[in-house]
Design a protein around this ligand. Structure first.
Ligand SMILES: [Zn+2]
Length: 285
């Protein structure tokens, strides 16, 4: 104590009473492909800065800037283990490290039978798929903008789950990449709404995903809407939470009308429906 006081005096810093922020993190354990909301209560004028898995967790404040929310997310294939969550409150010097565990989760396997020509691609289609993957990758890995999202995330359609998130995929008996979104059943033409405020980062017609929209919610949160019949927004548009952005279809490689919904948080592929559930606890600004 004496040493700390001496250092403060030596640096000429003004001594003030630091009070600890209140940290709410319901679970210190996150399964692969899942997320948790972290809530911090600080004093006006203080700003929380959080890091986990070498990335900043972008924090969204309430109107008075005393309650801040962030999303701690683990990718579908995140290495199980214990990882430090570093929490600082600026202007400092308060800081603390919590350990958050990523647990393994087995989500099962889905076996699909698809027409041969939709699986074994010719050279031209292969080239197209590669280019499209590069375009999507660039959008998904872009430098995060400031958070535009506020409060809870909505489900874009109210449909039964016909393709669960995270299942390993075996198509015509060969293993493929896991299902990185959730398939929601809905009839052709059902309106699809934006999960939260954001900016339309991509509108494209791709081989696998068909008519597709990516909404960038800022703060490294993105949502993806695939196999649409119609797109009702343009790339670059600002969209509001709940705004109709497209209509359900079966474009691209789809066996019938449904919405494939994907969510990325800090590049982690996470369960979109879990985001809608856990975000319900957030105060609406
Ligand atoms: Zn899907």
């Amino acid at each position: 104590m004496l040493v700390i006081a001496a250092v403060i005096v030596a640096l000429g810093m003004e001594e003030r009473a630091f009070s600890s922020p209140r940290i709410h993190l319901l679970s210190r354990m996150i399964s692969q492909g899942e997320l948790a909301i972290v809530k911090l209560e600080v004093k006006q004028g203080e700003t929380p800065v959080l890091r986990w898995l070498d990335r900043e967790i972008y924090m969204v404040p309430n109107d008075r800037k005393t309650t801040w929310y962030g999303i701690v997310a683990a990718d579908l294939n995140a290495q199980p283990g214990r990882y430090p969550l570093l929490i600082k409150v600026l202007p400092g010097p308060w800081e603390r490290t919590l350990e958050v565990t990523v647990a393994r989760k087995d989500r099962g396997v889905r076996r699909l039978k698809l027409p041969k020509e939709k699986v074994d691609l010719d050279a031209i289609t292969m080239e197209r798929v590669k280019t499209e993957a590069a375009v999507m990758g660039e959008i998904l890995n872009a430098q995060p903008a400031a958070p535009l999202w506020r409060g809870r995330f909505l489900s874009p359609v109210e449909g039964e789950v016909v393709g669960p998130f995270g299942q390993a995929s075996v198509i015509n008996d060969s293993p493929r990449s896991p299902h990185s979104g959730v398939d929601l059943k809905a009839s052709l033409g059902t309106p699809v709404v934006a999960m939260n405020h954001g900016k339309v980062a991509l509108v494209a017609d791709q081989f696998f995903t068909g008519l597709s929209i990516v909404v960038d919610h800022g703060g490294a949160v993105q949502s993806m809407y695939f196999h649409l019949d119609k797109v009702l927004v343009n790339q670059g548009d600002q969209v509001k939470k709940g705004q109709v952005i497209g209509l359900v279809g079966s474009t691209g490689r789809a066996s019938g009308p449904h919405l494939h919904l994907g969510v990325r948080v800090n590049s982690a592929r996470v369960d979109p429906l879990q985001l809608t559930t856990v975000s319900e606890t957030m105060e609406q600004p």
